[in-house]
Every structure is written in C-alpha cells, then in structure tokens.
Ligand binder design. Structure first.
Ligand SMILES: Cc1cc2nc3c(=O)[nH]c(=O)nc-3n(C[C@H](O)[C@H](O)[C@H](O)COP(=O)(O)O)c2cc1C
Length: 194
C-alpha cells in the first residue's frame, strides 16, 4: 500500500475525511481488475447526484481494461494523458446531454455532469479506488466511435482504478505525483462574504 499522506489536503477548516484524502493520481496498478461491486457503487453515486429539474443530463460509456472499447478511449486521449491513463482498470467517457429529446437546450447539462462525476469520485475514493478526470480528449473521435447523437457531447474521460507506485511513472508524471496538493486560499474564492 502506497503512503499517500503527502496528498492529503491541508485544510483551513475541518472537512470530511474522504474529501481531504481524495486526489487524482496518474499511477494505477495495471495488474488488478475492477471490483464490479465497487464500480457499481461509484456509478450509483453518480446516478443520485442532484440536477436541474432532475433532468439527469449525463450519460456514461464505461469500459474495462482489455476491451476494444477501452482501447478506443485510450486512442482518443490527448498527449500527456496517453502516457499514464491506460493503466487504469476502467475508463469512462462522461457525456453531457446538452439538448433534450424535444429539442430544448439543457442549460445546466455540463454543470450537472460535473457534479455527478464529483459524486462518483468521492464514492470511489471512499471505497478504496482512485479517480482521475481528464479534459484532454478528442471529442469528435469519441462521438464517432460511440455513435453519439449531436445532442450528446463528450466532456471528459475518467480513469478509475487501484493506486499504483509513483515509480511506474515517467519523470514528469512522477514529479507531479509526489508534489503536495495546493489550492488558492478560501479568501481568494469568496468575492463577497457579507
Ligand atoms: C474537468 C477536469 C479536466 C482535467 N483534465 C486533466 C487532463 O486532461 N490531464 C490530467 O492529467 N489531469 C486532468 N485533470 C486533473 C486535474 O489536474 C486535478 O484534478 C487538479 O490538478 C487537482 O488535483 P487533485 O484532483 O489531486 O486535487 C482534470 C480535472 C478535471 C476536473
């Protein structure tokens, strides 16, 4: 088991342990397959996320390492992501339903999708997995490969699996893996605190 204490958030106020401990690794153990029950729980957590008017404007392509669909996602990753993400046990394409079946724009689709992926990440982390979301994807390649109607837009790819050793990474990724996590102070985020 890797010691990941250096990745725990140094918070200015107490927060839930799982939120402080969640982080996005690039080293995944490529020898393990996914625990299907844990994967289903992560997907179920996404399902129960809040959304505007309960429209649930998210769709997922869920693929396991070793399948051709997984390889299709790997082939649609950009640059740096191709160097590490293929070790994950699962790759997911997170898709926003931007227009509903009646042609009405779903204005909060991407917002709601992001929230669903946050649920998924937190549940997965709580169950001993790690998640790394990626915006570096070729959207058109994914739309074409998975025959998506134009109203369904791939927004991110999500790597999910068991944490691996930083030693498995190239130097650039290893440096990032071992660096402390940082955030802008809370004061810089809250514009008005009346
Ligand atoms: C929408 C989104 C897109 C991201 N895109 C990438 C990406 O393409 N490649 C990558 O290595 N990390 C990507 N990340 C990971 C972020 O860099 C990471 O979450 C951030 O540095 C904070 O680190 P933490 O998750 O460990 O707290 C992305 C994260 C999100 C939420």
């Amino acid at each position: 088991m890797e010691n990941t204490d250096h990745r725990v958030a140094q918070t200015s106020a107490p927060i839930l342990g799982v939120l402080a401990q969640r982080w996005s690794p690039r080293s995944f153990d490529s020898t393990v397959t996914i625990d299907e029950k844990v994967l289903t729980s992560a997907l179920e957590a996404a399902r129960w996320s809040a959304s505007a008017a309960n429209t649930q404007p998210w769709r997922l392509v869920v693929t396991r390492r070793g399948t051709s669909e997984f390889d299709t996602i790997v082939a649609a990753l950009m640059g740096f992501n191709t160097t590490w993400a293929s070790s994950a046990a699962v790759l997911i394409v997170a898709i926003a339903e931007t227009i509903d079946g009646d042609g009405k724009p779903l204005r909060w689709a991407e917002y709601d999708l992001g929230q669903a992926m946050a649920h998924l990440s937190v549940q997965a982390h709580s169950d001993g997995l790690h998640v790394h979301q990626m915006g570096g994807i070729f959207v058109d390649k994914l739309s074409e490969a998975f025959h998506l109607d134009a109203r369904f837009v791939p927004v991110s790819a999500v790597a999910l699996g068991v944490l691996g050793s930083p030693d498995l990474l190239d130097e650039k990724a290893r440096e990032r893996e071992l660096a402390p996590r940082s955030r802008r102070p809370l004061d810089g985020t809250i514009l008005v605190n009346a």
